[in-house]
Design a protein around this ligand. Structure first.
Ligand code: PEP
Ligand code: MG
Length: 313
């Protein structure tokens, strides 16, 4: 039955009882966006802009950036696009943006923090995004990675609004989940990056195979941070998505929806599996599975508890 549902998935994604939960795609360029749209993604939930510039010595010009961004906006053909500003540093070093030597790059000048050293880099990227939006008559949402304080979010939001774009921030640092209500006073949406949020919440390198049990997205502490963020989104009436790897696991996707997340974004090949699974469960079962997973002792128990609830109905 699941294989059939998967092959027949056409979107838009809704739970069996009709709650719409857009399943979007994580992309890095125009061709990948076209593939994602063919796979019935309802838009782009994470456009990782830095990936096109890995290995480049010099900053791309505004024109080159605008052309690349416009390609993705065009490919999304009027659907939602959430563009992330350069996430340079740590696991994604950019020669023209990242500081050369840091003892702890994951805790260093990465993501939005590169704008402290070089605010012009962020401004030029936002100019390019605005130009691409103008050319394609689209209104992308624009979010910053590795935000830690409300002041950073407010400064970023002002720069984004100035250009007529919609500002948001990623929830990758636990401080944002803890003060999500205050962040939502200054931005229009939040997007939870579970890959980094688990790294920083559990203090375990996301690239370490030895610590994979700690960065497991089923860790109840990570689920609690997702729940706190989603609750704040509900209070503010603003969208809270998940765009980390967690959203690609169909069972966990149901739990995230049960925690109150309003959209999911995953790699294109995972879209149909997530959408098909959501269409087979009721939102109330998702909520019950979320409660069970949150109360579990460890990731394995959380997974088992969610599976028991979601395969029962
Ligand atoms: C994340 O951290 O979960 C995320 C989506 O961003 P990236 O994997 O690109 O760091
Ligand atoms: Mg990240």
């Amino acid at each position: 039955r699941t294989a059939q549902a998967l092959a027949g998935y056409r979107g838009p994604a809704t739970t069996r009882d009709g709650v719409a939960v857009p399943v979007l795609a994580n992309v890095q360029d125009g061709p990948g966006t076209r593939t994602a749209m063919v796979a019935h993604a309802e838009g782009v939930g994470l456009f990782r802009t830095e990936l096109a510039f890995l290995g480049r010595a010099a900053e791309p010009t505004v024109e080159e950036q605008a052309t690349g961004y416009a390609d993705v906006f065009e490919a999304a053909a009027g659907r939602r696009v959430v563009l992330r500003t350069l996430d340079a540093g740590s696991d994604k070093p950019l020669e023209f943006a990242t500081p050369p030597e840091e003892a702890n790059p994951a805790l260093g000048v990465r993501g939005l923090r590169i704008a402290r050293r070089d605010p012009g880099l962020l401004d030029r990227q936002l100019d390019a995004v605005a130009e691409a939006a103008r050319r394609t008559s689209t209104s992308p949402w624009v979010m910053a990675p590795m935000v830690a304080t409300v002041a950073e979010a407010a400064d970023f939001a002002a720069r984004v609004r100035e250009r007529g774009l919609v500002p948001g921030v990623m929830v990758e640092v636990p401080s944002v989940a803890l003060l999500a209500d205050r962040f939502l006073e200054v931005v229009d949406f939040l997007s939870i990056g579970t890959n980094d949020l688990s790294q920083y919440a559990l203090a375990a390198d996301r690239l370490s195979a030895d610590l994979a049990d700690l960065t497991d997205p089923w860790q109840p502490a990570l689920l609690a941070l997702v729940a706190a963020t989603a609750d704040a989104g509900r209070r503010a009436g603003k969208p809270v998505g998940v765009c980390g790897e967690a959203a690609a696991d169909p069972l966990l996707a149901c739990v995230l929806v049960g925690l109150g997340v309003t959209s999911l974004s995953c790699a294109a090949p995972a879209v149909a599996g997530v959408g098909a699974r959501l269409s087979a469960v009721d939102s109330t079962a998702c909520q019950e599975a979320a409660r069970a997973a949150l109360a579990a002792e460890d990731p394995r128990a959380a997974r088992a508890a969610a599976r028991a609830v979601l395969t029962a109905g």
